[in-house]
Design a protein around this ligand. Structure first.
Ligand SMILES: [Zn+2]
Ligand SMILES: [Zn+2]
Length: 463
């Protein structure tokens, strides 16, 4: 008789569930381990554009800046290793793509992957983590000018798109962090506009039909006038790209400083000003929504938030989701993405999301942190985190949330994020205390105080 090795005494039902999720990718992981090791030895390709890598750093929480958010110098650059090579991740996949037809709901989950070395690499990178959807930057997200899309890159993307198929409906490019369509200054507005239209043209060349961007910043002006300027720029952009069917997708924001788009009403105001409403949509970022005050944690609060979205914006405008947990509490207006289940949203929120009929067919993109401390304290990307999160989210479809095993998994993930949550909660409490001392007058909407270094260090990867 073959006896199984004894399990660790403390092994819980939760770890069993986690094990199940991990088993789904374990075989591929073992195969790829060797390849990853050799890959990590290779230096980043000098031609690969670090700025095109969504996980190197970001303009995260840049919304706090008064004007465009664009004047703030790019945050410190965190070097990461194990970046994709020029050829993308051509090694064995970290996880296989789940046939969506096997899921109880048609949920297309993926991540914001790197397009370093050429947009075509995003297809391979998305596929290698088992993504059924993906986001990418079409050019550097922190430069005003980028080299044009080469014919080589374009044809590589189009030919790879045949063998690594993704529906255009599940590819969601993310716009530049510099562009502010609410910019009132004519010269700056013209610069933002041409950068924006250039991206729409890149989408059209690649057969991509969605384009996600941050609405903008009021720069201190009244919100209605900012929304009107954004709508006017969208109308011009749509007119400048006739014959393309690229839908410009507004992302909801977390609501710090002068940022536009944290309230559903602001998204609605922009849509109201758009002439061709077939070319405007919304991407709902779960972390941003929660930080803006929309509670998604319980079935009842989630249903209420979705009903409000439907009433104010209209679910028909919803074209995509960004799936991120939040290191910051409800209504904190802090933009700190957390790994699924480890933040203040928690696994129950994602159970609500994965079982909501209204999200079927939409691309769902992870923007969760994947940097881990490598040798010498250097940040190293671990794309297995995304591969596992995709499988975890897929496993929530149809899962009984009242079962013990769900509660155990939920508790295990919450325990993982406890330290981070406590740290950010403390910062939020301190700030609230300070604001209270200053007086209640407009505290919530006032320009945020300059943050301390340790808070700046918490800034997340991508949004
Ligand atoms: Zn974003
Ligand atoms: Zn986002």
């Amino acid at each position: 008789m073959v006896r199984k090795p004894p399990r660790k005494a403390i092994k819980t039902e939760a770890t069993d569930v986690v094990d199940k999720v991990k088993t789904a990718v374990a075989t591929a992981k073992a195969t790829v381990k060797k390849a990853v090791a050799s890959k990590r030895k290779a230096a980043r390709d000098p031609d690969s554009d670090a700025e095109n890598d969504p996980t190197c750093d970001s303009c995260h929480e840049k919304e706090e800046s008064d004007d465009d958010a664009v004047k703030k110098p790019a945050p410190k650059k965190r070097k990461t290793t194990a970046a994709p090579s020029k050829k993308g991740d051509t090694m064995a996949p970290l996880a296989a793509r789940t046939p969506v037809t096997l899921l109880k709901r048609a949920m297309y989950i993926g991540a914001h992957v790197s397009a370093a070395g050429g947009v075509q690499n995003a297809l391979t990178n998305a596929s290698s983590i088992g993504g059924n959807a993906f986001a990418l930057f079409l050019k550097s997200q922190r430069k005003w000018t980028s080299p044009p899309l080469t014919d080589e890159s374009k044809s590589a993307f189009l030919s790879l798109a045949k063998t690594t198929p993704y529906s255009p409906a599940h590819i969601l490019p993310h716009g530049s962090y510099l562009v502010n369509l609410a910019q009132p200054d004519p010269a700056k507005a013209a610069q933002a506009f041409s950068c924006f239209v250039d991206d729409l043209e890149r989408c059209a060349a690649l057969g991509i039909t969605l384009y996600n961007f941050h609405p903008g910043s009021t720069g201190g002006a009244a919100m209605p006038s900012a929304c009107a300027r954004i709508a006017a720029q969208l109308n011009r952009a749509h007119a400048a790209t006739p014959g393309t069917n690229v839908v410009t997708v507004l992302e909801n924001m977390c609501g710090s400083g002068n940022v536009v788009g944290s309230r559903f009403e602001e998204l609605r105001a922009i849509i109201d000003g758009v002439e061709d409403q077939t070319r405007v949509g919304v991407c709902l970022d779960t972390c941003h929504a929660f930080a803006a005050g929309y509670d998604l944690r319980t079935p009842a609060s989630f249903a209420a938030a979705m009903a409000e979205f439907d009433r104010v914006v209209g679910l028909r405008y919803l074209r995509a989701l960004h799936l991120n947990d939040s290191k910051a509490p409800l209504g904190s207006h802090r933009d700190l993405h957390a790994n699924i289940g480890t933040g203040f949203l928690g696994l129950r929120a994602f159970h609500n999301i994965m079982n909501f009929e209204g999200f079927e067919g939409l691309p769902m993109v992870l923007e969760t942190p994947i940097d881990e401390k490598g040798p010498g304290g250097k940040a190293v990307e671990n794309k297995q985190v995304w591969a596992d999160e995709i499988k975890l989210l897929e496993s929530l479809i149809g899962m009984d949330a009242d079962a013990k095993e769900f509660a155990a998994l939920e508790a295990e993930l919450q325990a993982k994020g406890e330290g981070e949550r406590n740290k950010i909660q403390e910062q939020v409490d301190k700030k609230a205390e300070k604001d209270a001392k200053k007086g209640a007058r407009g505290a919530a909407k006032k320009k945020p105080a300059k943050r301390k270094k340790e808070e700046a260090d918490d800034e997340d990867e991508s949004d």
